[in-house]
Design a protein around this ligand. Structure first.
Ligand SMILES: [Zn+2]
Length: 275
């Protein structure tokens, strides 16, 4: 992936987020047609950058695994809204409760600000062997300029941002995260190198579920079901509230249906290409 020109890799990954995960911008996904999204995904898949790692996607015969990932994103602006009472919560615990009850493994990408705000939840995640915790930056800033409406993270601050998040998550979980997901999916080749040199593996996604800002749970369920494939990494959000209003409902509907299709669920680091 680091061989791709910056604009191509960033725009495609970012476009996915814009369409399906616009946490900062308030994208009203329900207003976007699923056909446009499908075209976008087709472009992304065709581009060969679908898994967010340098390795090609591998489909293992004889096993059908899906890695569900849940992002816990928080910018300073989101934290301020929360503290002013404009948002009630940026965490929907019913998602995790369901995963725990159903014994569904998952990977949780947590930003440092979120971890500090919901520290007891992070400790709970860490005590459950079903879950692994990945680094999602500290304040969810864009690693390149114009990453939608995300504030920009200056080059000189990147290393410290990642390290600070590692420290917060390690202190809470007792384990040093080894996976990293860029906020907004935006990065430059030098950002990729930085993260790799810090001993972290960059995790993208095969496709985002479309749960962000989306009240049309049926459309999301249908979309995920029709795009599910073995070794896929799918993005959801832990926020609940207006950011991910139907995620819990969607998860509760999708998991039994995927199970019927023979899928099992694994953490990202259990996928062959991340081992
Ligand atoms: Zn995020």
């Amino acid at each position: 992936m680091e061989h791709l020109p910056l604009n191509e890799s960033c725009n495609l990954l970012g476009l996915k987020l814009y369409l399906l995960s616009g946490l900062q911008k308030g994208v009203q996904l329900q207003k976007l047609s699923m056909r446009k999204i499908a075209i976008t995904i087709a472009l992304i898949v065709g581009s060969g950058i679908i898994n967010g790692s340098a390795q090609p996607m591998q489909v293992k015969s004889g096993s059908k695994k899906i890695a569900l990932t849940f992002d816990a994103c928080m910018t300073r602006g989101m934290l301020e809204r929360l503290e002013k009472g404009l948002d009630k919560s940026l965490y929907d615990p019913s998602i995790i409760e369901y995963l725990h009850h159903e014994r569904i493994a998952a990977t949780l990408f947590i930003s440092g600000l979120w971890a500090e705000k919901y520290s007891s939840a992070v400790k709970d995640f860490a005590s459950d062997t079903l879950f692994e915790i990945g680094n999602h930056s500290y304040g969810h800033k864009g690693f390149v300029p114009n990453c939608y409406s995300l504030p920009n993270l200056p080059n000189n601050d990147k290393r410290n941002d990642i390290l600070k998040t590692q420290e917060v998550l390690t202190n809470l979980s007792g384990r040093k995260p080894r996976l990293f997901r860029f906020p907004g999916g935006c990065y430059s080749p030098s950002d990729l190198l930085l993260v790799k040199n810090m001993g972290l593996k960059v995790v993208g996604w095969t496709f985002p579920s479309g749960d962000a800002f989306n009240y049309d749970s049926k459309a999301v369920i249908q979309y995920v079901l029709s795009n599910a494939k073995s070794d896929a990494i799918i993005v959801f959000h832990l926020s609940g509230g207006r950011y991910a209003p139907r995620t819990a409902e969607i998860i509760k509907a999708i998991i039994p249906l995927l199970r019927k299709q023979g899928y099992e669920f694994s953490r990202v680091s259990d996928l062959p290409r991340y081992k």
